[in-house]
Design a binder for this molecule. Structure first.
Ligand SMILES: [Cu+2]
Length: 252
């Protein structure tokens, strides 16, 4: 654990060393950890959080979702491309009453790179709409480790992945229906594939806060931690360490 070893070597007072040594709880020597807060699109009524850990070409994923249409499949993917971001929820789309359809926001989040299916090897973009192989409740917890290409692993670890959960009951009928068909699959109502939740996977890697400590705790690397709750706590602890180190330097 290079990070905590280096901090311990800095010999900050014991009071500060305790939270710093707790840092391995959010990352270890293997892999890059990321997190996304899933925000509502299309007034879906939902919310959620996603976590990812990239270790080589293995990507562990956990997705927690609340408040979407119950009893209906929710296709979920990691999108990569475009601006690697979520669209403005207020954007005008081509769906019912201006609803955002999946392709409307492609400039923001790009195309499907990984399909977060329930089972089997069907995790590529060509399985993006295997509707029988996705969570089918409005509130769920999903966890799976998926093998991806080296390129996709590198992109996710670089913070380019955007988690999108689909399926919105625009008309409140309790099912996917309506006259407009999906922009992705003309055999499905657009409600079945319109984006319901979106979140950008942000990096919470431990190498960055150690740099933050060395430069006084408020470096630009620290900015990567916005939105990463546990990382924020570590950053705050690192900031305290940085202040103490500065004081020590000033005293010396
Ligand atoms: Cu998607």
């Amino acid at each position: 654990m290079k990070f905590s070893t280096r901090l311990a070597a800095m010999a900050v007072p014991g009071l500060v060393a305790l939270p710093l040594l707790a840092a391995p709880a959010v990352a270890d020597d293997h892999g890059t950890e990321l997190m996304a807060t899933l925000g509502e699109l299309n007034d879906s009524g939902g919310s959620g959080t996603a976590w990812a850990k990239v270790d080589g070409t293995s990507v562990w994923l956990s997705v927690e979702v609340q408040g979407l249409l119950d009893g209906a499949p929710h296709a979920q993917h990691i999108h990569i491309g475009g601006a690697n971001s979520c669209p403005d929820p207020m954007m005008e789309g081509t769906g019912p009453d201006g609803a955002i359809r999946t392709t409307d926001a492609a400039d923001s989040y790009g195309a499907v790179a990984v399909s977060l299916t329930n089972d089997g090897g069907m995790t590529g973009p060509d399985h993006a709409l295997d509707v029988a192989n996705f969570p089918a409740t409005g509130t769920y917890t999903y966890e799976r480790t998926i093998e991806v290409s080296e390129e996709v692993a590198a992109q996710i670890a670089d913070g380019q992945g955007v988690v999108v959960v689909h399926g919105v009951d625009h008309d409140g009928s309790g099912a996917y229906d309506g006259e407009q068909m999906s922009d992705l699959d003309p055999s499905l109502p657009t409600e079945a594939t319109d984006p319901a939740l979106c979140g950008e996977l942000a990096v919470g890697q431990m190498d960055a806060p150690s740099g933050g400590v060395q430069t006084g705790g408020a470096s630009t690397e620290g900015m990567e931690y916005s939105g990463f709750a546990m990382g924020g706590a570590v950053l705050a602890a690192a900031g305290i360490g940085g202040l103490l180190l500065r004081n020590r330097r000033a005293e010396g």
